[in-house]
Structures are given as structure tokens and as C-alpha cells.
Design a protein around this ligand. Structure first.
Ligand code: MLT
Length: 263
């Protein structure tokens, strides 16, 4: 399905009934990374996935859009779907968007699930990496992006032994418009430090991290969990950065138990 939000077409799926859970994907992927969650959770909850601007089947304009606009898009989609409050799940870049969302629309967050993400802004070295990736994507297309991102997204075990998963993640990367990749790089490089926001987060929060996540390691998850009053931390064994795809059953259980426990 598609909706016109903030002047662009956003693609989304909306399945099931019950408490709405909105899933925000990682860089440089799309909403199909949540297929195991849609399959497992839509029998119990209303599961919404969205292609953030620049990804999947959503429009991909080339401009220096801030992450706060990605958050405005999510807010616009919730309004379009007439959802006043939802549980919001963001993995990695999706988590950055979620922090931006909470800062602008805290009343719409029934609860947060922050997975394999970090609250800190990029370091200068991190920003330089974004500049290099944007230039490489512009000059050479998806190959350098795939080469850089696959080892960050998937564990060595998955890269060696799960060719279907590698093909699936590669397919998501190569189907992301180059303009979307470049805009993400600029938006992530410019995102603010969300650490000061942590103490303001007042809704129930679950922090999830793969024990082998090197892109946003368990120490980053602890920073988030210790900063948000009452937050729970769930470590997923045997998962790297894409914990929802590498260990879907453990991830789904953590989400279902958390959302099921909300009043
Ligand atoms: C992601 O998975 O969204 C990225 O690793 C985020 C980032 O590059 O900071």
C-alpha cells in the first residue's frame, strides 16, 4: 500500500489487529527486513512496516533531508492510518529515526523498542566514513556499499553458512536507490546526539541487542538502557547487527512478551 505523506509516496504494509506495532528498518535496507516479524506477530498484533523515504518502494528524492523529516513521515503515516498511539520499533538507523520521532511526538509513543542502535551522534571518523560511502555509491553504485555493509550487518557465521540470508540482505541493499543511500549518509552524519533525550523518555522501553553486534555493540545498548528510566535490556545470543533476521525467534519472543506486558 502507498500513502502520500509530506509530498512523497510512502510504501507500507499493515497486517493484523490489536496493539499497533510500527517497525522502522535499518540502513540501507527496506521494510521487507521485517518479514519474519510480520509473519510471527501479525496474528496477535497490528503490524505495520514502512519503507522510509529513499528506500524500497517509497519515493527517493535527492536532497539533504534531516532524520527528523523521516520521523515526520512516520508521524504522517500514523495520522493517515488514524493511529493515535503505537509501539514503535527501530533497528539501527530505524532507532535513530525513533529517537527523532520521540523528541517530536512523545504522545504518540505507547512504548519503544530500540534494537541494535545507539544514542550517540557520529564521531568525526564516523562522519568521514559516511562521506566516503556516499561518494563511492555515487561513483560506483551498490558494490562498495554492499562490501562495506554486509560484514557490519551479518555475523561471520551467517556470511559463511547462510547463503539465503546473505542473498536476501544483499538484494535489499542493491534495490535501495543510490539517492536514498546518499541522503541517508548525510542524514545520519548530521543527526544530533540523542543521549540527553534518554532521561526524557517516559514510556515503557525495551532495548534489544545481538551479543555479536559490532556495528552498535552491547555497550551502546547498555548506555540506552541505563539512560531510560525503567528500560529493559534483552541480549540476543548468536546475533550480530540484524538480530531480527539472524535470530528471529528470540527477537519475536522479546517483542511479543514486551508488547503483551503493556497495560
Ligand atoms: C544501520 O544498520 O542502520 C546502520 O549500520 C546504521 C549506521 O550506519 O549508523
Amino acid at each position: 500500500m502507498k500513502a502520500t505523506i509530506n509530498g512523497i509516496q510512502l510504501a507500507y504494509t499493515d497486517e493484523g489487529r490489536g496493539t499497533p506495532i510500527v517497525f522502522l528498518h535499518a540502513f540501507p535496507l527496506n521494510r521487507t527486513m521485517w518479514e519474519p516479524q510480520v509473519r510471527a506477530l501479525s496474528g496477535q498484533f497490528r503490524v505495520i512496516t514502512v519503507d522510509l523515504r529513499g528506500h524500497g518502494e517509497s519515493d527517493a528524492q535527492l536532497w539533504n533531508f534531516p532524520l527528523s523529516l523521516y520521523a515526520d513521515d512516520v508521524h504522517g503515516l500514523l495520522d493517515h492510518l488514524k493511529i493515535a498511539r503505537a509501539v514503535l520499533v527501530g533497528l539501527s538507523m530505524g532507532g535513530y529515526v525513533l529517537f527523532a520521532f520521540y523528541r517530536q511526538y512523545p504522545q504518540q509513543a505507547q512504548a519503544l523498542i530500540l534494537a541494535d542502535t545507539r544514542a550517540q551522534a557520529d564521531t568525526e571518523e564516523g562522519r568521514e566514513g559516511r562521506r566516503i560511502m556516499a561518494q563511492a555509491a555515487l561513483a560506483q553504485g551498490h558494490a562498495p556499499v554492499t562490501d562495506t555493509m554486509l560484514p557490519k550487518l551479518l555475523s561471520q557465521e551467517s556470511r559463511d553458512g547462510r547463503p539465503e540470508l546473505v542473498a536476501r540482505v544483499t538484494g535489499m541493499i542493491t534495490s535501495t536507490p543510490i539517492s536514498g543511500i546518499i541522503v541517508d549518509c548525510m542524514a545520519m552524519a548530521d543527526r544530533p546526539d540523542f543521549v540527553p533525550l534518554l532521561t526524557e523518555i517516559a514510556c515503557p522501553t525495551l532495548v534489544v541487542v545481538g551479543d555479536k553486534d559490532q556495528a552498535t555493540p552491547p555497550a551502546d545498548a547498555r548506555t540506552i538502557a541505563e539512560g531510560i528510566k525503567g528500560a529493559k535490556l534483552e541480549t540476543i545470543a548468536g546475533a550480530a547487527h540484524l538480530s531480527n533476521l539472524e535470530q528471529p525467534e528470540a527477537f519475536n519472543r522479546a517483542v511479543a512478551d514486551f508488547v503483551g506486558s503493556l497495560k
